[in-house]
Design a protein around this ligand. Structure first.
Ligand SMILES: Cc1cc2nc3c(=O)[nH]c(=O)nc-3n(C[C@H](O)[C@H](O)[C@H](O)COP(=O)(O)O)c2cc1C
Length: 286
């Protein structure tokens, strides 16, 4: 019997897609402030849970304001995954466990984890079943890709297996493992799995000044949580590059971001940038 997820009782909830290296605690809280209903951690290795290393503890850390939140686990051994899921529930009491059957990264699939399980349905079945039983009545959800490669698209079959295991909700990444993260997602297959967002209102993209507010707020919170501003801002450089995607004159911004190490430098870049593209919106950033 599959437990109904309470956050599906009204409008279709807005989920934050888990993204390793991106959806950490600070980022998730920004997304929550901007209306995300359900959050999922970055993927966490079941083996890392056993080792209880510092990095794994960071991945599992979340605040009460982030609920409902799921911890996403990956691994290929049913008994280990079930044990790791139980540990996670005991330590941090998430609202659900999410199983990663989509990661395409070589070092994960080489150990039969992530999307490799799409090619090994008996193991996928045993992993899902073991975790559902181990943490019941806590719900378990799953994330899959549409298949391993173009010749083995099997999302509908996998969805059936997972449903029979008692998986409470399924997210489908509309690409095969072979496609990685590029190319158009295949929405036809997602539609076949019947897991798509009901038509909603399409909001206009945020103003540049609003985007800078988020960037500066993110850097500030990150610096506060690290305690060492220079180290924190340097560690944000890759994020800043990602934020600048689709900004007009992004190349100039990326060059500047390569060298930033303080909040005031970022504020100065924002100031100069907005003065050059949107003089009227300056006051709303600082
Ligand atoms: C940098 C990055 C990291 C990701 N990490 C994870 C992850 O840890 N777990 C997961 O299930 N999906 C992960 N994904 C996949 C996303 O959650 C999402 O399913 C995918 O990007 C498809 O969305 P799109 O069609 O908008 O690109 C990651 C994607 C990116 C770009």
């Amino acid at each position: 019997m599959v437990t109904a997820l309470p956050w599906f009782s009204g409008n279709f909830p807005l989920y934050l897609a888990p993204m390793a290296g991106v959806t950490d605690k600070v980022f998730r809280q920004i997304c929550k402030d901007y209306g995300a209903d359900v959050l999922v951690t970055e993927f966490v290795s079941a083996e890392g849970v056993f080792r209880r290393n510092e990095r794994t503890r960071e991945y599992l850390d979340f605040g009460p304001c982030e609920r409902p939140l799921g911890v996403q686990l990956f691994g290929a051994d049913a008994a280990h995954m079930a044990e790791a899921a139980k540990h996670v529930v005991d330590w941090v009491a998430p609202d659900f466990i999410d199983l990663n059957f989509g990661c395409p990264v070589n070092k994960v699939v080489a150990k039969n984890g992530g999307s490799a399980l799409l090619k090994d349905c008996p193991t996928l079945n045993s992993v899902a079943k073991a975790v559902v039983q181990a943490v019941a009545p806590l719900p378990v959800t799953a994330k899959i890709r549409i298949g391993w490669d173009a010749d083995s698209v099997n999302a509908v079959r996998v969805a059936g297996i997972l449903e029979d295991c008692g998986i409470a909700a399924l997210a489908v990444h509309g690409r095969t493992r072979a496609q990685g993260y590029s190319g158009e997602a295949d929405w036809r297959v997602i539609g076949e799995v019947k897991h798509y967002l009901a038509a909603g209102e399409l909001l206009p993209p945020p103003e540049l000044s609003e985007r800078w507010n988020v960037i500066i707020g993110h850097c500030r919170t990150h610096a506060e949580s690290w305690g060492d501003e220079e180290q924190a801002i340097r560690s944000m450089r890759a994020r800043l590059m990602a934020y600048s995607k689709n900004f007009p004159a992004a190349k100039v911004l990326r060059e500047k971001f390569q060298h930033v190490s303080t909040l005031s430098e970022i504020e100065a870049i924002a100031h100069d940038y907005l003065a050059s593209v949107e003089p009227l919106e300056l006051s709303s950033v600082m």
